[in-house]
Design a protein around this ligand. Structure first.
Ligand code: AP5
Ligand code: MG
Ligand code: ZN
Length: 217
């Protein structure tokens, strides 16, 4: 299965992808996570990406398209993948279609997680992530048992640098301008499925399953 998770910053793409991989046994590919790993490793890619990410802007298309082309060519993607955060511009979506066509592959579905814009700021400023395993928490909506400690691995929790109010505002604006038009792009291809993301995390998961013809209730 080749799935794209679409949705604004804070929609729950990463949260749901973590759960989906346990059901579908295909890799979760997040361009944001790949860039953050590159920043941590201080690679040239990381240095370039950091400039954009810290400002809440998109990393240039050519860089982003290249890392996805490399990633989906790896062996663990033969049976499919869950893309989270890619594509997010028209140019990325078009390149991705061409990439899949070259490989004689097709997308199974684009799952658009819909959350009202006014809920996203609270979701993002209250987010905490694990330094060690990447698990995602929320101070109010999905709190860890111990503050500042990951339930899954005991790692230390941190707040993403781009989750400040000012940078979130910029990211939401960039989403509206660059990524929102992809809804129509995929609708026209008959691939888009809207999922109500404004309900408890476990219920969003059930809705995602249903849209893929699975019963996860
Ligand atoms: P990226 O890391 O992809 O960030 P994003 O798209 O802004 O999305 P988020 O990770 O913020 O949100 P999410 O939907 O994953 O939500 P989550 O599950 O964490 O990208 C970061 C940056 O990298 C970009 O700004 C850009 O610079 C660069 N980049 C990445 N991809 C790129 C690309 N393709 N092209 C160019 N540049 C790129 O949930 C959020 C919070 O809400 C959590 O606290 C969670 O616990 C909580 N939550 C989740 N679900 C629910 C629910 N149902 N109810 C209540 N709370 C919930
Ligand atoms: Mg994410
Ligand atoms: Zn952890």
């Amino acid at each position: 299965m080749r799935i794209v998770l679409l949705g604004p910053p804070g929609a729950g793409k990463g949260t749901q992808a973590e759960a989906l991989i346990k059901k579908l046994f295909i890799p979760h590919i997040s361009t944001g996570d790949m860039f953050r790993a590159a920043i941590k490793a201080a690679t040239p890619l990381g240095l370039e990406a950091k400039e954009y990410m810290d400002m809440g802007l998109l990393v240039p298309d050519d860089v982003t398209i290249r890392i996805i082309r490399d990633r989906i060519s790896q062996k663990d993607c033969q049976e499919g993948f869950i893309l989270d955060g890619f594509p997010r511009t028209k140019a990325q979506a078009e390149s991705f279609q061409a990439m899949l066509a070259d490989r004689n592959e097709a997308l199974s579905a684009v799952l658009n997680i819909v959350v009202p814009l006014d809920k996203l700021m609270v979701r993002l400023t209250g987010r905490r992530c694990c330094k060690k395993c990447g698990s995602i928490f929320h101070l109010l909506y999905n709190p860890p048992k111990e503050p500042e400690t990951c339930d899954a691995c005991g790692g230390e929790l941190f707040q993403r640098k781009d989750d400040s109010e000012e940078t979130v505002s910029r990211r939401l604006k960039v989403y509206e301008e660059e990524t929102f038009p992809l809804i129509e792009f995929y609708k026209a291809k008959g691939l888009l499925r809207d999922i109500d993301g404004d309900q408890p995390i476990s219920r969003v998961m059930v809705a995602l399953g249903r849209s893929l013809g699975q019963d996860w209730s």
